[in-house]
Design a protein around this ligand. Structure first.
Ligand SMILES: CC(C)(COP(=O)(O)OP(=O)(O)OC[C@H]1O[C@@H](n2cnc3c(N)ncnc32)[C@H](O)[C@@H]1OP(=O)(O)O)[C@@H](O)C(=O)NCCC(=O)NCCS
Length: 138
């Protein structure tokens, strides 16, 4: 059996949460908030998934306009399948869905900070985040 990749295939909330737990990304996502997790899946508009038989083993979940910017919100590979090229292939297939000028943007988890330069990303010191519990300053 080999890993099968799918674009925009249905993923259940349970499958998504189980994968985040199995990849350790659950530490940095609100996996106990079912409404949030379901909403993350329902409202992303580009999802590339990796499957081993019927088992979800990888996901690249993005929100994009397909032309200018693609925010890669979650990249996760099941721990048993890491460092086999799955993460790289999920990003290759994500990029293939995008227009010629569309850039990928993400916030790295601390443990993955050395991964992204390894696969070609450049860090941007001008990336800014406004948390939901903060307001725009006047
Ligand atoms: C980070 C992650 C998505 C990478 O996926 P992966 O399938 O394991 O990575 P790949 O097999 O595609 O790796 C491609 C290359 O990067 C290297 N690499 C993998 N993880 C790395 C890491 N954490 N740091 C540095 N290099 C890494 C691989 O050794 C490989 O190198 P090579 O091309 O010289 O052989 C995966 O390890 C993961 O899910 N980690 C836990 C969740 C997480 O932190 N996700 C990122 C959120 S921003």
């Amino acid at each position: 059996m080999k890993i099968e990749y799918k674009v925009n295939a249905p993923v259940s909330t349970d499958q998504f949460v189980e994968l985040l737990k199995a990849s350790n990304l659950a530490e940095r996502r609100p996996v106990d908030d079912r409404v949030c997790m379901a909403g993350m899946l329902a409202n992303s508009n580009l999802t590339v998934t990796a499957w081993w038989g019927g088992k979800l083993v990888g996901i690249a979940r993005s929100v994009t306009d397909f032309h200018y910017a693609c925010y890669l919100s979650d990249l996760a590979v099941h721990a048993d399948y890491q460092k086999c090229g799955v993460g790289r292939q999920l990003q290759v297939l994500t990029q293939r869905q995008l227009g010629a000028h569309c850039k990928l943007i993400l916030i790295a988890a601390p443990a993955a900070n050395d991964y992204y330069p390894h696969v070609g990303y450049q860090s941007n010191p001008r990336c800014w985040v406004l948390d939901r519990d903060q307001c725009i300053s006047r």
